[in-house]
Design a protein around this ligand. Structure first.
Ligand SMILES: Cc1cc2nc3c(=O)[nH]c(=O)nc-3n(C[C@H](O)[C@H](O)[C@H](O)COP(=O)(O)OP(=O)(O)OC[C@H]3O[C@@H](n4cnc5c(N)ncnc54)[C@H](O)[C@@H]3O)c2cc1C
Ligand code: FES
Length: 280
């Protein structure tokens, strides 16, 4: 007999601990997962969040793995579920979560290597989980470079953290904007595409890993420039998002080519992503 707790479609409880506006459209939500043993995950994995009476949607975990069962989502308001969260979610409210699901970033492989992050817009959110994890043991990796592209300054999420890390010199940031200025910011910035910075990054391509999260158009240019710089395809990892329903490889909604992004992704090594029809 299947017990209710063995049913992968039954969510466990998660209590909203706090929320913080990061930009006019993005909010950071901090939750604590309850019941069913310890809550562990790999940066890059996602959870399905149920908003009771409204619906369920997948979100990448944006915080580093922690011992206390807490985790964060950075959520952009785009439709039904996200709009409800932004308008109505309050501290103490109870939601449902399923997961963590999917394949995350290869954090063990990063040890002793330079790490180059490339984020477009809200792509910063899942990469922040990896970054905060690496910063817990900063000496375990070489140089950390972070190329971060947004359209306008107001879309720069986690601005205080970025400022702090840039000032401390623990992370070398380069920020690109399509319009506006970033005066008095402790990191180089310029107008243009985030990928314009790739040739200038000091990472040693022989001993570096590149992690990319952003729109597919960013991937095409980024990968081209990483190859020109000498990166090998097995050292490039990117996240592919598709609409999801079940999150566990049953419904087929998230298929790309012969892979399900909920199970085989969302993080793929480049050499695998390139074999998937129309993935990039
Ligand atoms: C693995 C994974 C991780 C994700 N992580 C995050 C995250 O960290 N933060 C975040 O804000 N969002 C994330 N998303 C996207 C998020 O799941 C969607 O924005 C959410 O499902 C929208 O739900 P909704 O009910 O508010 O919008 P809906 O009312 O369902 O749709 C509103 C609009 O959003 C579009 N949309 C819905 N889902 C997606 C999707 N997966 N990709 C692109 N467009 C979509 C629809 O086409 C429609 O135009 C992630 C998606 C996946 C698959
Ligand atoms: S979401 Fe159902 S198979 Fe991936």
């Amino acid at each position: 007999m299947t017990r209710i707790s063995d049913n992968p479609y039954v969510p466990r409880k998660a209590v909203l601990l706090s929320r913080k506006e990061l930009s006019p459209t993005c909010t950071l939500y901090r939750f604590r997962g309850e019941g069913r043993g310890p809550f562990s995950f790999t940066p890059g994995q996602f959870l399905l969040l149920t908003v009771p009476g409204v619906g369920e949607a997948p979100f990448s975990i944006s915080s580093a793995p922690s011992e206390d069962g807490t985790f964060e989502f950075c959520i952009k308001r785009v439709g039904r579920v996200t709009d409800h969260l932004h308008r109505s979610a309050r501290e103490g409210d109870v939601f449902g979560i399923r997961g963590p699901y999917g394949r995350g970033f290869p954090v063990e492989e990063m040890k002793g290597k330079d790490v180059l992050f490339i984020a477009g817009g809200i792509g910063y959110a899942p990469l922040r989980s990896v970054l905060l994890h690496l910063l817990k043991e900063r000496e375990s990796v070489g140089q950390i470079s972070f190329l971060y592209g947004v359209n306008t300054p107001v879309e720069l999420i986690f601005r205080d953290e970025v400022r702090e890390q840039a000032e401390a010199g623990t992370v070398h940031y380069w920020i690109s904007l399509m319009e506006g200025d970033l005066d008095d910011f402790p990191a180089p910035w310029s107008r243009g595409l985030v990928t314009d910075f790739i040739p200038r990054v000091p990472a040693d391509p022989e001993n570096a890993i590149a992690l990319l999260v952003g729109p597919p158009v960013m991937y095409r240019t980024a990968v081209e420039k990483l190859f020109e710089k000498g990166f090998r395809e097995e050292n490039i990892f990117l996240s592919l998002e598709r609409r999801m329903e079940c999150g566990i490889g049953k419904c087929g909604h998230c298929a790309i080519g012969y892979r399900y992004t909920c199970v085989h992704g969302p993080v793929f090594p480049y050499f695998e992503a390139i074999t998937l029809t129309e993935a990039i």
